[in-house]
Ligand binder design. Structure first.
Ligand code: TRP
Length: 326
């Protein structure tokens, strides 16, 4: 039996942070042997929230370096930009006819974005965000999509569109399943629920160890633990969440020390930074290699695009045949 296919994607936001690592990349790496993986860089999707495109290419390269450093294997899995494979936009166009605008207006993820970014008048393209995403997935006839909770409504729309195409024309598309990532999101250094570039509360894969130490020093902790010997509450402390991920063997000791007050935040944070640094060291080493060999990174992208293009052409050939568009 041939392997099932996974389509995973990210918008090129530049250098990635440890939230991306824990919430997505590690999962992708784990899946790469069991499935046939396609890794999409959603550079057209950037336009939905930012028309300035001058840094998209640079951000793409930074992100790709982090993908490779985290352990994604470009030989096993093609990595490619949406904008370089015209079939994405072709399939998108056909798909726009298979879903109503009322359905798209009900999408909670787009609604949240409109609220958070204070968008007064949404563009046609932004409303159609999940339609392009459906094309991304179904162009490669993906069976599953590893995503976080917020993306599930988009995947549901992709399933509906695929089903509708299959009903109107003929069976072409599978129904892609969302594959929820195991780990919850990492909180940000400021205590926000989410680590995010726009909140400026991240630890980057590219940060050196001194930067990580400094960032940790400023991290928000339990507000009731003001000084050493005050008892702390690990369950409300983001540093403790990091320990669980990056210092699993110290967790019990740290929990006890925090609750009793014996362990102060300064020392706890130093230990945390050390755990993160040890974890990131091998990734940093690979990052350095790729940063010094940018031409290799660019070749990886071009090779991935060639392979993805071939698959995309096959699907579009089939789509046109079923639609009798000759
Ligand atoms: N919407 C995804 C995000 O914001 C990015 C994305 C675009 C994507 N196309 C995709 C994810 C296809 C999975 C599959 O993160």
């Amino acid at each position: 039996m041939s392997k099932k296919r996974i389509l995973s994607g990210m918008r090129p936001t530049g250098k990635l942070h440890i939230g991306h690592l824990v919430g997505a990349l590690e999962n992708w790496v784990e899946l790469q042997d069991k499935y046939e993986n396609y890794h999409l860089i959603a550079d057209y999707h950037v336009l939905t929230t930012d028309l300035k495109t001058d840094s998209v290419y640079e951000n793409t390269i930074h992100m790709l370096i982090d993908w490779l450093a985290a352990g994604l294997d470009p030989v096993k899995s093609p990595m490619f930009r949406q904008s370089q494979i015209k079939e994405h936009t072709e399939l998108f166009l056909i798909f726009t006819m298979l879903i109503t605008s009322a359905r798209l207006e009900r999408n909670p993820t787009v609604k949240d974005q409109v609220r958070d970014l204070h968008i007064e008048n949404i563009t046609f393209g932004h409303l159609g965000y999940p339609v392009l995403q459906a094309a991304d997935i179904l162009l490669y006839r993906g069976n599953a999509v590893p995503v976080g909770e917020d993306q599930v409504p988009h995947i549901e729309i992709a399933r509906e569109i695929g089903r509708r195409f299959n009903n109107v024309y003929d069976e072409v598309f599978p129904e892609p399943e969302p594959m929820l990532t195991k780990f919850a999101r990492l909180p940000g250094l400021d205590g926000s629920a989410k680590m995010s570039k726009s909140l400026n509360n991240t630890i980057l894969l590219a940060d050196d160890s001194e930067t990580v130490n400094q960032k940790l020093r400023k991290a928000v902790t339990d507000p009731l633990k003001v000084r050493k010997n005050d008892p702390g509450r690990p369950e409300v402390c983001l540093v403790f969440t990091y320990h669980k991920k990056f210092n699993p063997e110290l967790v019990d000791e740290i929990e006890k020390g925090c609750r009793s007050g014996e362990l102060g935040c300064v020392e706890c944070k130093l230990k945390c930074a050390e755990g993160i640094n040890n974890y990131l060291d091998p990734i940093r080493e690979k990052r350095n290699y790729y940063e010094q060999n940018i031409s290799e990174v660019k070749e990886i992208l071009l090779d991935g695009e060639k392979r993805a293009k071939k698959e995309a052409e096959e699907t579009m050939h089939l789509v046109r045949e079923k639609m009798k568009l000759g």
